[in-house]
Design a protein around this ligand. Sequence first.
Ligand code: 6PG
Length: 245
Amino acid sequence: MKINAKVAATKDEWVQMAAETILSRAKQAISERGICSLVLSGGSTPAPVYTALARLGTEQNLDWEKMAVFWGDERCVPPTHPDSNYRMARETLLDHLPILPENVFRMMGELDPETAATDYEGVLNAFFHQREKRFDILLLGLGSDGHTASLFPGIDGLHETQRWVIPNRYPYSDTWRISLTYPAINQSRYIFFLVSGDAKAEVVANCMEHPQEPPPYPAKGVTGVDHPPVWLLDADAAKMIPISD
Ligand code: 6PG
């Protein structure tokens, strides 16, 4: 099975590789369409990549005013909460760049989940009103249970075919999330999984197994349309990948 993976020898090289990959696609999008729609992933893994992206983009004169920033998922907490994906991105990326405030599209985690999801659906419809409805770059993380964004094993949202944004319960505690769905994710022009560390090695290898229906790991439901997702890995996360047959 062909594995769409780029593997860096060390964590630091992985950070640089991921930032350069994102930057390259951002420049392409701006060149082709005058704007780049970038969907950020949450959790802790991407934080150093966002810091590197801010530095590298500025060094390479990326036109930040032509970047539109979205989120793939959000915890149902205020934007100032330590668990907020928006807060993590603001601290590592947005606060350091001249991105236009009107081009930062935050999921309103402080609202009730259904209202926040419906609100974000409307935000996306408005942004794509006179554009082809597909993100340019969509970043994803990977949980040890094979979840991505906030699409967790066994949730109804895995079967959503119409809505681009849904609320769903976080299965491991009495909390809620807002998440993009497979229709939104797979329509993206370029999808990148950002995964590092040996704690993710086993789940990465499991996700590389031949696709099965239904995907036992939600991340396996990420297929893309033009391009399959590319896995940006460090050697630790890649160490159990099956040798491609
Ligand atoms: C979130 C993310 C989620 C994350 C994985 C990995 O809101 O937590 O969107 O999908 O990417 O859970 O999280 P870590 O990077 O913290 O391991």
